[in-house]
Ligand binder design. Structure first.
Ligand SMILES: Cc1cc2nc3c(=O)[nH]c(=O)nc-3n(C[C@H](O)[C@H](O)[C@H](O)COP(=O)(O)OP(=O)(O)OC[C@H]3O[C@@H](n4cnc5c(N)ncnc54)[C@H](O)[C@@H]3O)c2cc1C
Length: 452
């Protein structure tokens, strides 16, 4: 049986571990030069910052995952630096691009997709200025390269990553000029009972917040970012506090993000149907609790199957591999399956509370000013998308044809969700009715010689 595992983050590592335990040697494909995924991303060779400095409280887990990764790689057909850019489910084949230039094809009988997540952005005026990044990118700059995006950055958005990234910058010596959380303190407080489903993580989050306050970082909750200002680069954030007073905070960089969205384009190409998850306010691929999808032979795990965090990614990676073994009538550890199911049920409760604690500010996306560049690849403004709605676009794919939103390099990975919010608001329909941009190959841009 030919099994391919895509992604070598926490989910991919634990999936491969279970497959090997059952005697299956998968082909293991990873776009990055090495595994570890987003949270445990390794710095390039020659960088000397240790686990403690890189991963903080997650250092022990990072070390364990890296050790597992290194032990597993030689026992698989390990293909780092390789992008899967297309899946052809009828032929049981996927298309790859290795080291930025070599095209390849791989046949499979079963697939475990562990493709992770990416930042979710709400475009605000000025977000395309140099000096503005996503929260995740700001963190990766620090984690993977030991570089700060600025000496006085501003952090904008909501969710655990907002507070964590701000604290990591403060500890690295780049004190944030402002942490602007769009969520009111009370919303977080009301969700706190549910967060006790994972008390250690909850307490760690509280420590992050307390530590930022202790460092006297300016924190604004229930606040609204209005615009990033600057000539040629970001130099200030204009924002409104909960009492509707306007402020301008000088800065030299901005990191923004409102949680994560699944990187699920490969699931889409593999023929997995999607459903709208109102709690996460994300379109997520359909799967059961073990990671089985309605597409034959396709399994999903980790954040690519719906945002769950790193712990869930490890559990769900192992669980998807067990589901595959069970479906193929191979032997597997039944007590491990029961343990994983129990843990995943508990973690799902924690995640639901986390989503309530840091809700996506749909109103901010829906009401962005007309002149805001919504799709930066094609420079389409929110106003142009609203014009497409007036011309009769009933959902995002038609709006794409009329306005070019989502037609650029990112293939709608960044602008797709906010475009749906703007369109739904303009049409007076629900976000489900506004729909989602269909996945198209290549999932990421390919060099022209490769296409030719
Ligand atoms: C930028 C960023 C920063 C984060 N920082 C933190 C943090 O500090 N703390 C925390 O608790 N959580 C953090 N998270 C969330 C955390 O990373 C995830 O919960 C966890 O890593 C999920 O594990 P995973 O295995 O599902 O996915 P990931 O760890 O994202 O791994 C997915 C892997 O799949 C590979 N991949 C994706 N698509 C393809 C393709 N088409 N072809 C080949 N390979 C592919 C990617 O290169 C990646 O290595 C962060 C998330 C992001 C996006």
């Amino acid at each position: 049986m030919k099994v391919a595992v895509i992604g070598a983050g926490p989910a991919g590592v634990r999936a491969v571990e279970q497959l090997l335990r059952a005697g299956i040697e998968p082909t293991w494909i990873e776009e990055a030069p090495d595994g570890g995924g987003r949270i445990y991303q390794r710095p390039p060779a020659g960088f000397t910052r240790g686990h403690r400095a890189l991963y903080g409280a997650d250092a022990r887990r990072a070390r364990a995952l890296h050790a597992a990764l290194d032990a597993l790689k030689p026992r698989t057909d390990w293909r780092p630096g390789t992008l899967v850019w297309n899946i052809r489910p009828r032929e049981g084949a996927l298309d790859t691009l290795a080291n930025g230039g070599t095209r390849g094809e791989l046949r499979y009988d079963a697939l475990i997709l562990c493709t992770g997540a990416m930042d979710r952005v709400v475009p605000i005026p000025g977000w395309t200025l140099p000096g503005v990044t996503t929260l995740g990118a700001a963190q990766i700059a620090l984690k993977a390269q030991g570089v700060a995006i600025g000496a006085r950055p501003v952090f904008v958005g909501t969710g655990p990553l907002l507070w964590l990234a701000a604290l990591q910058y403060a500890k690295a010596g780049a004190a944030p000029a402002l942490v602007l959380d769009t969520t009111p303190f009370l919303t977080k407080l009301l969700a706190s009972a549910g967060l006790l489903w994972n008390a250690p993580t909850f307490l760690r989050g509280l420590r992050y917040m307390a530590s930022l306050r202790a460092r006297r970082v300016h924190i604004a909750e229930d606040a609204t970012p209005l615009a990033i200002e600057g000539e040629g680069a970001a130099t200030a954030l204009r924002w409104r506090d909960s009492g509707w007073r306007e402020h301008v905070t000088p800065c030299d960089a901005v990191a923004l993000g409102w949680g994560l969205k699944p990187e699920a384009q490969l699931a889409d190409l593999a023929g997995v149907p999607f459903r709208f998850d109102a709690t996460q306010r994300n379109w997520i691929p359909e799967r059961d609790a073990a990671g089985r999808t309605p597409a034959p032979g396709v399994y999903l795990a980790g954040d690519g199957a719906g945002i769950g965090g790193a712990e869930v990614a490890e559990l769900s990676g192992a669980r998807a591999a067990l589901a595959l073994l069970e479906d193929r009538r191979r032997g597997f550890d039944h007590s491990l399956r029961a343990h994983l199911d129990r843990r995943l049920r508990t973690e799902a409760r924690f995640r639901a509370a986390l989503e309530r604690a840091f809700p996506f500010p749909a109103h901010l996306a829906a009401r962005m000013p007309d002149e805001t560049i919504l799709c930066r690849c094609e420079a389409v403004t929110a106003g142009e998308l609203r014009a497409a709605a007036r011309e009769g676009a009933p959902e995002v794919n038609r709006a794409k044809a009329l306005s070019r939103v989502g037609m650029g390099r990112c293939q709608g990975r960044v602008c797709g969700p906010p475009a749906a919010e703007v369109l739904a608001d303009a049409l007076g329909v629900t976000i489900e009715q506004a729909g989602r941009l269909r996945g198209q190959p290549p999932v990421k841009p390919l060099p022209m010689p490769v296409v030719a």
